[in-house]
Design a binder for this molecule. Structure first.
Ligand code: NAG
Ligand code: NAG
Length: 527
């Protein structure tokens, strides 16, 4: 019998950012078509059927912080990004993610002055391999060329639907000074572009790094000591003060410490449009993990290096969970930033660039690594995690009862869609929304297992969560009505994903701008 649907999902416990309820979902032409208490066999007809067997069905994950095809050429060393659009999106979809936002990056070289050219070149890299899942771009801005900001930002919004930019307060080759931050923020504000901020105090890091190195403290572990939590807290506070001056909505990416979460919370309490993101690594890793392998001075600890580093101990993690629960954190993203370990263009740069002679006698790199500690300031920063993001928060947040399933959906799908202008096409289960779904295993159906890197589908030779217990994992991932991942089998194709043009931030401008305060700079500076 002909069905009015292409695909139906039955017997699911459907979870949205607000509700949990059992109903069936009918999908037609890649969109959610009908929600019903339960379909009759007539309704179902010849449609493809997925029986969720009572498991949770959620909007597909939206990972708003993914680095792909983005080599690192900064003062923190040079590394080759291990994932392209094909391998990164493949990993994402096998972990329940159906949309990702990646970064087109301006650099300080003259050819990169034009943001439009940067985006076109980056788009070509995406087109070269295609993506399994839908994707959009943020733009990273590292210079404040007034003509470029004025002429090109409107085109980025109009033509590309790029409605978010990212700026850095650290890394010599990327950071903006305070007056430059104000320039970029004001230009962004005029175009309804949300400013994303990497908040770390670059001067403190540089000073601490020099002090550590002068004492011979160079092993990977000392990377964390070069960035104590106050480095992040100070920068977050400064960025809030700058943004408040012109009433610009900002989002703090990868918040890793309570020092930063607390100042963000205080700003939110004052009614400012301040949003925040945290990531899996800050919930599970601590300074102890940075010295986990072999010996405290082993190079293998470089596998855990990312910035900001995980916090000193689990007390900060408790604060981050509170922040996930109480709304301080708007979104939960992976900050997938993949570098291979056993690779002369990956983490090993931290040895090879430090001691160029080290590689010459044909000693395999890993063997070399066990005898050397390298130099943390040269190690490419970043860890992979696009595939483990949802299962990690599900296992450690939802299954433990720290956050509700609805909060999980809000943080991993609905809020990213609203913040970055994709809602309700994405991040929702509503008639007319894209049929992007993640379906978990029914409770108790999957015996908890220890993760190994072989489970994963990225192009990286390790996972920082090796050996970690997972209690659940996405059983099905559906993108625009197509089943992409089912029972541990990848079914999609690298050209199934489409580029997404985005609209403005839908989470509001905060209430501060209603104030009638004669000291309000924003009242005149926008003219
Ligand atoms: C919410 O969480 C943040 C971050 O941990 C914390 O600073 C704040 O005190 C919490 N607020 C409440 C009311 O619990
Ligand atoms: C991280 O995960 C491991 C493995 O599941 C667990 O033993 C450890 O307690 C976790 N660490 C924190 C700080 O949550």
């Amino acid at each position: 019998m002909l069905s009015k649907f292409d695909l139906v999902v039955v017997n699911g416990l459907v979870v949205t950012a607000s509700d949990i309820s059992s109903f069936d979902i009918g999908i037609k032409d890649g969109k959610i078509h009908t929600l019903a208490p339960s379909f009759s066999s007539e309704d179902i007809g010849d449609a493809q059927v997925i029986d969720a067997e009572g498991a949770m069905v959620m909007p597909g994950g939206i990972d708003a912080h993914v680095h792909l095809c983005q080599d690192q050429k900064t003062d923190i060393g040079g590394g080759k990004c291990a994932d392209n659009f094909e391998t990164g999106s493949r990993s994402a979809v096998c972990g329940g993610t159906t949309t990702m936002v990646t970064f087109a990056t301006q650099t300080r070289v003259e050819e990169d002055r034009s943001l439009l050219k940067v985006v076109e070149a980056y788009d070509a890299r995406a087109q070269a391999t295609g993506s399994y899942i839908d994707y959009a771009f943020h733009i990273i801005i590292v210079r404040d060329d007034k003509d470029v900001l004025e002429e090109e930002l409107p085109v980025l919004v109009e033509k590309w639907g790029i409605t978010s930019c990212k700026v850095f307060m650290t890394y010599e080759t990327m950071r903006l000074q305070d007056y430059q931050l104000l320039d970029v923020m004001l230009a962004a504000l005029k175009n309804s572009i949300t400013t994303m901020i990497h908040a770390e105090n670059g001067d403190m890091i540089e000073w601490l790094t020099q002090k550590l190195e002068s004492k011979g403290m160079m092993a990977p572990y000392f990377h964390a000591l070069s960035r104590p939590p106050s480095v992040e807290g100070e920068a977050a506070n400064r960025a809030i003060v700058l943004a408040e001056l012109i009433e610009n909505p900002i989002l703090f990416v990868h918040v890793g410490s309570s020092a930063s979460a607390n100042v963000i919370r205080a700003a939110q309490t004052r009614g400012l449009p301040v949003f925040a993101e945290t990531c899996p690594q800050y919930l599970n890793l601590t300074w102890e993990d940075l010295k986990r392998f072999h010996s405290p001075t082993c190079f293998e600890n470089s596998k855990m290096i990312c910035s900001p580093p995980p916090s000193p101990d689990s007390s900060d993690q408790d604060a981050l969970y509170i922040g996930l629960h109480n709304g301080t954190f708007t979104i939960f993203s992976s900050d997938h930033c993949p570098f291979k370990y056993d690779d002369p263009h990956g983490k090993m740069v931290g040895i090879l660039d430090h001691e160029p002679s080290a590689a010459t006698d044909g000693v395999p790199l890993t063997e070399l690594a066990h005898k050397k500690v390298g130099r943390f300031s040269l190690i490419p920063n970043g860890i992979p995690g696009v595939e483990t993001r949802l299962p990690l928060l599900f296992t450690r947040g939802v299954s433990t009862g720290r956050i509700t399933p609805q909060k999980f959906v809000e943080l991993t799908a609905t809020n990213p869609a609203k913040l970055y202008g994709l809602y309700p096409r994405k991040g929702a289960i509503l008639p007319g929304s894209d049929a992007d779904l993640v379906i978990w295993h029914p409770e108790g159906a999957l015996t908890s297992f220890k993760l190994t890197n072989e489970h994963l589908h990225h192009n990286v030779d390790y996972t920082p969560y090796e050996g970690m217990e997972f209690g659940n994992w996405p059983r099905y991932t559906i993108c625009r009505g197509k089943v992409m991942w089912a029972n541990d089998v990848l079914l999609g194709k690298p050209r199934d994903g489409q580029y997404l043009k985005r609209g403005p931030n839908q989470l509001g401008k905060g209430v501060a701008h209603f104030k009638k305060d004669p000291r309000r700079v924003a009242a005149w500076v926008h003219e």
